[in-house]
Design a protein around this ligand. Structure first.
Ligand code: MN
Length: 252
């Protein structure tokens, strides 16, 4: 359980998405949205979650970042391939360019301020792109021998194995060599960025986890641990390690 004796619990900013209202009086209006799972996972780990809306002005984004102790880059839309020098493949999903640019700023400022960063699904992909890597825009067309990474089962169900790389931060956190994860992605890392190392692979060779070699805590996973907690509570270890990193940073 979180240590209640800590003077002040860390504030965790979670990037959000925009979704358009589909019917009724406000049809077409955009709303800020975030899956509840992130909120629950951060509370259970001893952090105060706050939702980060998409901002445009860099000075505003910097102040937003100064206010928080750790950053979660959440899941959502595909990352624009233009950001890694490719034109769109016909199977590319929906994009949100404002969110891409906002999150790239967030990530850069968070690194500059040495704030711990946890990327989930799209968040992992965005970290790789920000560091100079590329993505498979669509696994079905770009990586034909991929196993099923866009599961049909419920979010809390684990559907494929992930092998953790020895001596990585992720393996030290999970204390296991093979774990079971859910999987909800049709994109994945293609060329790994400089400064990044792989900490987890699926059996088909797809990269399922990464961490920065240069930062104290910049880590990404391709699955959704926040959706697995009801059936796989050990996924909380990942969020606890992230929260712990915010405490360590504050005592630097
Ligand atoms: Mn997967």
């Amino acid at each position: 359980m979180p240590n209640k004796n800590r003077e002040k619990l860390p504030i965790i900013g979670i990037s959000a998405t925009l979704i358009a209202v589909e019917s009724g009086q406000f049809m077409g209006l955009e709303r800020v949205a975030l899956g509840e799972g992130y909120i629950q996972a951060i509370q259970l780990s001893g952090g105060i979650p706050i939702i980060l809306p998409i901002l445009k002005d860099r000075a505003f984004i910097r102040q937003q970042m100064q206010f928080i102790d750790g950053l979660i880059l959440s899941g959502g839309y595909d990352v624009s391939p233009l950001l890694y020098g490719e034109e769109p493949n016909k199977n590319l999903g929906a994009l949100c360019l404002d969110r891409d640019h906002y999150e790239l700023h967030l990530l850069e400022i968070a690194r500059d301020l040495h704030k711990p960063i946890l990327g989930i699904c799209r968040g992992l992909q965005l970290i790789n792109v920000a560091f100079g890597g590329t993505l498979y825009q669509d696994l079905e067309s770009g990586f034909p021998h991929a196993l099923q990474h866009d599961q049909k089962s419920k979010p809390e169900e684990a559907t494929h194995t992930v092998t953790l790389t020895a001596c990585t931060k992720l393996q030290q956190v999970m204390q296991e060599n093979v774990i079971l994860t859910n999987s909800f992605h049709h994109q994945a890392i293609k060329d790994l960025a400089p400064g990044i190392m792989v900490n987890a692979y699926a059996k088909d060779g797809i990269i399922e986890g990464i961490e920065s070699k240069e930062d104290a805590f910049v880590l990404g996973v391709q699955w959704h641990p926040e959706l697995m907690l009801s059936k796989h509570p050990k996924m909380l270890k990942l969020f606890r390690a992230f929260i712990e990193a915010t405490h360590l940073r504050r005592t630097e």
